[in-house]
Design a protein around this ligand. Structure first.
Ligand code: PLP
Length: 385
C-alpha cells in the first residue's frame, strides 16, 4: 500500500537529525535544568544553546525567546498577556478573520473580559486592506495581531507594511509566524514585531514545543505562576529533549531552504496539471502572494470531505483545512471570510508539500485525483436529479 503524505501544513515528520538529537538528550540529559549540580547545568546548557539558535534565526536576542508548549500557547500568552498588562491604557485589539483558532478563540475569550476586538476582513483572494487596518486603530488600541502566512491557503499578510503603520504608536504588534517560519525570511526588527509565535512541529521538530519572541521592554503579564524558569516568565520544569530538538530543527532549516525551489516546482506542477485536467478546478488565493508549499484547491462536483476520504483510501493524505470536530465538518472560517460561495467552500481541499515530497508522489496523486474527479463527473452528468 502506498502512503503519500501531503499534509505538511498540519504537521511535519521529524528530521532524522532531530530524532538523533532527542534520543541522546532523553537518555543522557535527565537532570533538572534548575538544579545547581552538574546534571542540572548540563541540561541548562542545552536549553540556552537552543534559545540562541532560535534567536539568531529571527534576528532576536536569546533573552527575548521564551519556550512554550507550542504555537497555541505562544498565541494565548501573547494575546492574553498583552491585553492584561496594558488594559489600563485601552481595551481594543485588532486582528483578522483569517487567524488560526489559537488567536481567534483567544480573542473571543478576551471579548468576554471586556475587550473590544476588530476582526479585519479580506478580499476573495485572502488579501488584507491596509487602509481598513489603519482606520480601525484608535487611541484605545493596545495590540495588533496579524499572522505572517495563512495555514489553509498559504496567503501572506503584509506584516512589514503594518509594522510601519503602527510603529509610531504605543501599540504592541504580534504575529503568528508558525506557518511562515522556515519558509519566509523573518527578522523581528525588520518587521517591527514585538511578539512572534513559533512552533517546532511545523519545521520537522517535535510536537508540544514552541517559542514566543518578546521584544525586551514589552509589557506582558505572565500566565503561568510558580517556579523561576524562563526568567520567571513561565513556570514549570523544561522539556529538555523537546527544546533541544526544536533547536536542532532550526539548525536544519538550511536544508529546507535549499529544497524550496524543488518544492515550489512540484506545487506549481500539481496546480498546472489540475487546471488542465478539468475546467472549473480553481486554486483559492492563487492571485495573492503565497507560501511555496501550500495549495488550496476547489473541485466542482465533489465535497472536500468526500475527496479527502477517497484519497485516503488510496493512501494519500490531504486536508480540508477546516476543523473536524467529533465527525462534523465546520465550513472553513478562512474560505468563508474570503467570501467564497458555499459550494466553493465545501468542495475545497488543502494539499501541502514538504521536504520529503517527491515528483513520483505528485504524479501518483494527480493520477488518483483524475480518476476520482472523472468518476464524480460522470456520475453527476448521468444522474437525472
Ligand atoms: C499549527 C499552527 C498553530 C498551532 O501550533 P501548535 O504548536 O500546534 O499549538 C498556530 N498557528 C498556526 C498558523 C498554525 O499553523
Amino acid at each position: 500500500m502506498v502512503t503519500i503524505y501531503l499534509d505538511y501544513a498540519a504537521t511535519t515528520p521529524l528530521d532524522p537529525a532531530v530524532i538523533n538529537c532527542m534520543n541522546d538528550l532523553a537518555k543522557n540529559y535527565f537532570g533538572n535544568p534548575s538544579s545547581v549540580h552538574a546534571f542540572g547545568q548540563r541540561s541548562k546548557s542545552i536549553i540556552e544553546k537552543a534559545r540562541k539558535r532560535i534567536a539568531e534565526a529571527i534576528g532576536a536576542q536569546p533573552k527575548e525567546i521564551l519556550f512554550t508548549s507550542g504555537g497555541t500557547e505562544s498565541d494565548n500568552m501573547a494575546l492574553v498577556g498583552a491585553a492584561i498588562a496594558n488594559r489600563d491604557r485601552g481595551r481594543h485589539i485588532v486582528t483578522t478573520r483569517l487567524e488560526h483558532p489559537a488567536v481567534l478563540e483567544t480573542c473571543k475569550y478576551l471579548e468576554t473580559t471586556g475587550f473590544d476586538i476588530t476582526y479585519l476582513d479580506v478580499d476573495t483572494e485572502g488579501c488584507l486592506s491596509i487602509r481598513q487596518l489603519e482606520r480601525s486603530i484608535s487611541d484605545e488600541t493596545v495590540l495588533v495581531s496579524v499572522m505572517l502566512a495563512n495555514n489553509e491557503t498559504g496567503v501572506l499578510f503584509p506584516v512589514r507594511e503594518i509594522g510601519e503603520i503602527i510603529q509610531q504608536r504605543n501599540i504592541l504588534f504580534h504575529s503568528d509566524g508558525v506557518q511562515a517560519f522556515g519558509k519566509l525570511h523573518i527578522d523581528v526588527t525588520d518587521l517591527k514585531l514585538d511578539l512572534l509565535s513559533l512552533s517546532a512541529h511545523k519545521i520537522y521538530g517535535p510536537k508540544g514545543i514552541g517559542a514566543l519572541y518578546i521584544r525586551s521592554g514589552s509589557k506582558l503579564e505572565k500566565i503561568f505562576h510558580g517556579g523561576a524558569q524562563e526568567s520567571g516568565r513561565r513556570a514549570g520544569t523544561e522539556n529538555v529533549p523537546a527544546i533541544g530538538g526544536f533547536g536542532e530543527a532550526v539548525e536544519q532549516l538550511a536544508v529546507q531552504r535549499e529544497e524550496r525551489h524543488r518544492i515550489k516546482d512540484l506545487r506549481d506542477l500539481l496546480e498546472k496539471k489540475l487546471r488542465e485536467l478539468k475546467s472549473g478546478i480553481l486554486i483559492n488565493g492563487v492571485k495573492s502572494e503565497r507560501l511555496y508549499s501550500h495549495s488550496n484547491i476547489f473541485f466542482p462536483n465533489i465535497s472536500g470531505e468526500n475527496l479527502l476520504m477517497k484519497l485516503d483510501m488510496n493512501g494519500i493524505a490531504v486536508s480540508t483545512g477546516s476543523a473536524c470536530s467529533s465527525g462534523s465538518m465546520q465550513p472553513s472560517h478562512v474560505l468563508t471570510a474570503m467570501g467564497l460561495s458555499a459550494e466553493r467552500i465545501t468542495n475545497s481541499v488543502r494539499i501541502s508539500l514538504g521536504r520529503f515530497t517527491t515528483q513520483e508522489e505528485i504524479e501518483f496523486t494527480l493520477e488518483k485525483l483524475a480518476q476520482v474527479v472523472n468518476r464524480e463527473n460522470t456520475r453527476v452528468t448521468h444522474d437525472p436529479r
